[in-house]
Write a protein that binds this ligand. Sequence first.
Ligand code: SF4
Length: 291
Amino acid sequence: MLDYDFPLWRPPSEGDNLIIQATIGCRFNGCTFCSMYKGKRYRARGLDEVFADIDLAAARWPDAHRVFLADGDAYTLPTETLDAICRRLAERLPDLQRVSAYATPFNLLAKPAEEIRHLRTLKLSLVYLGIETGSDMLLKRIGKGSAKIMENGLARAAEAGLKVSATVITGLGGKRFWQEHIDATADMVNRVPPTYLSTLQLGLDEDVAQGFVERFEGTFERQDDHGVLLELKRLVERLDPPAPVIFRSNHASNALPLAGTLPKDKDKVLAQIDAALAGDRGLRPQWARGL
Ligand code: SF4
């Protein structure tokens, strides 16, 4: 067991993979809905600490082939640091196939495409990016840059051939802005499609709820499950990406787990949403939902 600095967050799809903490906390740490790293002061761990963890992990799990670099936006690290970490991983793990990390659009835009391509050659080939929404107005309200920054970040990754697993937060616009939220999100995904797209359902921890609502002039009426299903339906209807996007809503926060490749499986996914809207398909109970 590595000596992790908890809490330790990772995407659901990295659940079986080796996690190496390259940073502590989130360097950006400015999204109003997010409390994941509010209790941590950001720092990059020293390479000696990271190498020691890699060596320890490799001795214990020598056949590990996928590695996730934690914490919040480890792709913020300088390219030469990520280069050194990837090389150490490749030296110690002979079966290494993929290295991944969380990223923000700011991290992606801070690296020229050539550097991103270089890191890909070292197997850092996937980033997890919370696009949250394609709406410029909502991105500004949640403190996550702007639609232009988000779209440019996606475009930079695409230019460099970096795979992006993007997340969208259903319910983010509340009852007032849900249509703008979904329409702008679908438009952005259609313009710069990520490899994977998944949804999370908005949940606000107590320590961030007030600050989040303040950015909506103090009135934010949350979507209920029915409203979220309507959002999912509208999103899937409008998604028509020029390249296949693997779509999932299997995160534990979602009321309705969905899976398909869009646009190919659009009708199948819509039929599942319609069945849930009609009450013919059950939703995940509240007690079973979480981060
Ligand atoms: S970039 Fe990610 S981890 Fe950091 S504050 Fe925003 S949502 Fe949270």
